[in-house]
Design a protein around this ligand. Structure first.
Ligand SMILES: [Zn+2]
Length: 240
């Protein structure tokens, strides 16, 4: 191969390296975004659980208040019946029932106070959970906004690089460009490599001395094994 100008190809290689790095950076952003989304979701669940607990205690209290009220009605009816009872045994039995009902009422009062206290505690916990949730949510939303901005910025850069790539590609012969694409698609990394110790800088295949000399004089050779373009670079050297 005679001295085809490899400068545009080196430029293309450099642009492709930047495109690859940029693509990796861009791929990171949705991943990070999902982490924040998950965090928000988890905190929301914690907050909802606290809310559910509070609702449960409120329901218990309502029920207790209702039970107390019906017990008060029962007590009132016992007391009015008591006045009508003439029989001693029936009277004594009714007195015992009244005593029991009064005892139950006292128990309801204690339980209601306990539940009110519990309600208060839960409210505090719930309030703390709500604050944490809202604070973290605001932070996560802000972080996501930053990520979105970053993504848009990277996308702009990518567009610029793609335009630049097109421009540089136009300066390269289709044959050379095709060869470059094939090596690149094969995932072999750099397409243009230096001559190192008289060998291909990509796959380390030794080259004939005559080829090495010609490369050192500025010629370019495609490696017979890996297809990369071998050129003389600053780090190049003849066979030891
Ligand atoms: Zn090679």
């Amino acid at each position: 191969m005679r001295d085809e100008n490899l400068e545009p190809l080196l430029g293309l290689q450099e642009i492709d390296g930047r495109i690859d790095r940029l693509a990796r950076e861009m791929a990171e952003i949705p991943r990070e975004r999902r982490i924040h989304e998950k965090e928000i979701e988890e905190q929301k669940v914690t907050f909802e659980k606290e809310k559910e607990k509070a609702a449960e205690v409120s329901r218990d209290k309502e029920k207790c208040v209702g039970d107390k009220e019906s017990m008060q009605e029962t007590l009132a009816s016992f007391k009015s019946k008591l006045l009508e009872l003439k029989d001693n045994d029936a009277y004594r039995t009714m007195l015992m029932q009244i005593e029991n009902a009064e005892k139950r009422l006292g128990e309801f009062d204690i339980r209601i106070i306990e539940l009110m206290y519990e309600e208060e505690l839960i409210e505090e916990v719930q309030e703390a959970a709500r604050k944490t949730f809202e604070r973290n949510k605001a932070r996560a939303v802000k972080r996501q906004q930053i990520l979105d901005d970053q993504f848009n910025e990277l996308q702009e850069k990518m567009k610029e690089l793609e335009t630049e790539r097109e421009r540089v590609s136009g300066e390269i012969s289709p044959r050379l460009l095709d060869r470059y694409q094939r090596v690149r698609t094969a995932g072999k990394g750099l397409v243009v490599v230096g001559l190192i110790n008289g060998a291909c800088g990509g796959c380390h295949t030794k080259l004939p001395p005559q080829t090495v000399v010609e490369i050192s004089q500025g010629k370019t050779f495609p490696c017979p094994i890996c297809g990369r373009f071998i050129i003389w670079t600053e780090g190049s050297s003849f066979s030891d």
